[in-house]
Ligand binder design. Structure first.
Ligand SMILES: *[C@@H]1O[C@H](CO)[C@@H](O)[C@H](O)[C@H]1NC(C)=O
Ligand SMILES: *[C@@H]1O[C@H](CO)[C@@H](O)[C@H](O)[C@H]1NC(C)=O
Ligand SMILES: *[C@@H]1O[C@H](CO)[C@@H](O)[C@H](O)[C@H]1NC(C)=O
Length: 342
């Protein structure tokens, strides 16, 4: 009798586990995005369509950016990968753990601070009535390496048009003009830093040789985001912000910063797991006085010569490099159940 009951319970557990798994698979696998193209008609990016009919994102990137000009995927955003900073900033750390860091609007915070690399972010945002905190987004980055200063940010945008490029770029104080069009490229005088457009507008790949590879996009806060999250966005400002993904090639054990700390081997993630919005604190530790000032309390940066960092044995330990190939996904419900798999 006892045995029979036990078997029955096992069966029940089996059935419910199967149901949960199926539910997760169903919610997790939304059909890939698609788009209709008409041959020789300009699309929303202003370029002539080279194909006709419906084009689809590949299974490997169901939320891709589709282009009628290329007859398929123009670009795969990487907000679901380790090393990403997207939305109202939602991070996926080097340990694969997703978290939010709100900071304050109109303030700067160090995202990554290490011996040879320092990245500050400028936060924009707004405080709606009766809220106890600001809604925030990352508007710009100030990247320091060697003695160089690289600025990448978005202009302030009222009404969003996806074909209008909004990047503002500076290298060592000089404005960089990067002609529009996918494939357009700029390389710094000593060739350490290169910038390539991966879409006609608003998407770049930025690489610092031996240190960093990154995908940098600009996106608006959409009406739909605003409605769901009660941001109260108006046509006067769509809070255009950066959508980021970093791949680090050299990090030391002492790397810190809002994102950087999660790549340190000794890091124990303090955020609560399994809650819809795991929050990372430490505003005081990470606040900087300006976009190019490496003065957050957690600072590690020394203006070391680029070649001495890249040529050194620093950062060889793969644990410090996170899980660059990992893809993370939520089970559909906002923020909850984020899992990363290699
Ligand atoms: C803010 O709180 C006040 C006082 O409780 C209330 O009268 C007002 O309607 C609230 N405003 C909004 C936008 O919720
Ligand atoms: C950097 O990323 C781009 C886009 O994913 C890729 O084509 C390129 O090979 C990467 N560079 C390195 C050095 O990994
Ligand atoms: C999926 O989301 C639900 C609802 O928020 C949550 O209860 C559940 O634990 C999540 N499942 C996984 C596998 O994370």
């Amino acid at each position: 009798m006892a045995m029979k009951k036990y078997k029955y319970q096992l069966l029940l557990v089996f059935i419910s586990v199967t149901l949960v798994l199926q539910a997760a698979v169903v919610v997790g696998s939304k059909p890939p995005k698609d788009k209709h193209c008409k041959a020789d008609k300009p699309g929303d990016d202003g370029y002539l369509s080279h194909c006709t009919g419906t084009i689809k994102c590949p299974e490997s990137c169901p939320e891709c950016h589709l282009s009628c000009k290329f007859c398929g995927m123009a670009h795969c955003p990487k907000c679901d990968r380790v090393g990403s900073v997207c939305q109202d900033p939602r991070f996926i750390g080097g340990d694969g753990q997703m978290f939010y860091f709100h900071g304050y609007k109109d303030s700067d915070f160090c995202l990554v601070t290490d011996k040879g690399l320092h990245i500050n972010a400028h936060f924009i945002g707004k405080r709606t009535a009766n809220r106890t905190r600001d809604f925030t987004w990352v508007q710009a980055l100030g990247i320091l390496f060697d003695t160089h200063k690289f600025y990448v940010g978005s202009k302030r945008v009222g009404k969003w048009h996806s074909s209008v490029d909004q990047f503002v770029l500076y290298f060592d104080g000089y404005s960089i003009s990067l002609p529009p069009g996918e494939g357009s490229k700029w390389v710094s005088p000593n060739r350490e830093l290169s910038i390539v457009r991966v879409e006609n507008a608003n998407y770049l790949n930025v690489e610092i040789t031996g240190l960093l590879n990154s995908s940098i996009g600009i996106v608006p806060v959409t009406k739909e985001d605003s409605r769901v999250h009660k941001y109260e966005i108006t046509d006067a400002d769509c809070f255009a912000h950066l959508e980021l993904n970093f791949d680090f090639f050299k990090l030391t054990d002492s790397v810190s910063g809002v994102l950087g700390q999660s790549y340190a081997p000794s890091f124990v993630n303090p955020v609560k797991k399994g809650v819809p919005m795991p929050l990372m604190g430490g505003e005081k530790n990470f606040m900087a006085s300006s976009i190019f000032t490496p003065d957050c309390e957690a600072v590690q940066f020394k203006a070391m010569h680029h070649s001495s960092i890249v040529g050194s044995g620093l950062g060889r330990n793969p644990h410090r490099l996170g899980m660059p190939s990992a893809v993370c996904s939520s089970n559909g419900s906002e923020g909850s159940g984020f899992v990363c798999k290699r």
